[in-house]
Design a protein around this ligand. Structure first.
Ligand code: GUN
Length: 301
């Protein structure tokens, strides 16, 4: 018998499987009731191995959800004009409801211009400046997939997030900033901490909710965590152990935080699987909006 406290482990893998099943059920109904199949196009420029793995996985899960999947693979030396032409073609294609351009793009391409050329209604990444503005003003938008996945896990665990002290570690456009907006829209008191933040330990120790998205392996120790706090670990860092084997770890020292936290997401099997599940959910949402069909509940912010 041990009376040592251990945090609830938030099972993102199971939660993501449930989201995918909900999406698949809605897709079946869309086909049967309206004769519509949601379509997702993923654009990959170049041969970055990690991006290739992600894109393959996205395509596979899109098909498994009953959706149409289109992959546009372009050579690394594709010109800006040629890439914009592909996006404009997909914008005009009524069978495509979601467009995702895999980042990072090769250096000669202007990522902001590329993203802002996507039709905002098809911007399932939620990176277009219009969607960023809509989210920032609390209006209906497309929401970036990883923060949306974190929000779903937090709402499921807590019910209401109203009044909670939330600290977001990291200020990226993909995770940190949209995550802070979503938490603010759910009435949290939000602090964004980053590499230049002073007294970061004190700030984190005041948090009921910590979302770590900095990309630094195991940087948050248990001593920073308020007892009972919920930790959402977005980090996916590949480290090499002393014996030469490789291992995936988060931005949080999982073992160290487990006895202190109230709930925690593991790495792998926490936030990771939620990202593609939310991409499918966003594609379904975009398809419903494009066709004037009521969008499914519980799959958007
Ligand atoms: N590269 C790493 N994460 C992402 C993401 O969420 N969306 C896109 N488009 N590219 C990425």
């Amino acid at each position: 018998m041990t009376d040592a406290h251990e945090a609830t482990i938030i099972d993102g893998k199971a939660f993501a499987a449930n989201v995918r099943a909900q999406v698949a059920a809605h897709v079946t109904a869309l086909k049967a009731d309206h004769g519509i199949t949601p379509g997702l196009a993923v654009v990959l420029v170049g041969e970055d191995p990690a991006s290739q793995v992600y894109v393959r996985s996205k395509g596979k899960q899109t098909v498994e959800a009953g959706m149409k999947s289109v992959e546009e693979k372009l050579p690394a030396d594709t010109s800006q004009d040629d890439l914009l032409a592909v996006i404009n073609r997909l914008n005009a294609d009524d069978s495509i409801h979601g467009i995702l351009v895999q980042l990072p793009l090769p250096d000669h391409l202007d990522s902001n211009l590329v993203i802002n050329t996507i039709d905002p209604a098809k911007d399932v990444d939620g990176f277009h400046i219009s969607n960023v503005g809509l989210l920032g003003t609390g209006q209906k938008s497309m929401v970036p997939c990883t923060p949306l996945g974190c929000l779903m896990l937090l709402r499921d665990h807590h019910g209401s997030l109203s009044g909670k002290n939330a600290v977001v570690l990291g200020r990226s456009n993909i995770v940190g900033k949209p995550m802070a907006q979503l938490l603010l829209n759910d009435s949290c008191t939000v602090t964004i901490a980053h590499s230049r933040t002073q007294n970061i330990e004190t700030i984190v120790r005041a948090a009921d909710i910590v979302v770590a998205a900095v990309g630094r392996s195991e940087m948050v120790p248990g001593s920073w965590i308020k007892p009972g706090a919920t930790i959402i670990d977005v980090g996916i860092n590949r480290i090499e152990l002393k014996d030469g084997t490789k291992k995936l770890v988060g931005d949080v020292d999982y073992k160290d935080c487990l006895p202190v936290a109230g709930a925690i997401t593991p790495v792998p099997g926490g936030v990771g699987p939620m990202t593609i599940a939310c991409l499918l959910a966003n594609t379904l949402t975009a398809c419903c909006r494009a066709n004037g069909i009521k969008e499914p509940e519980g799959l958007t912010a």
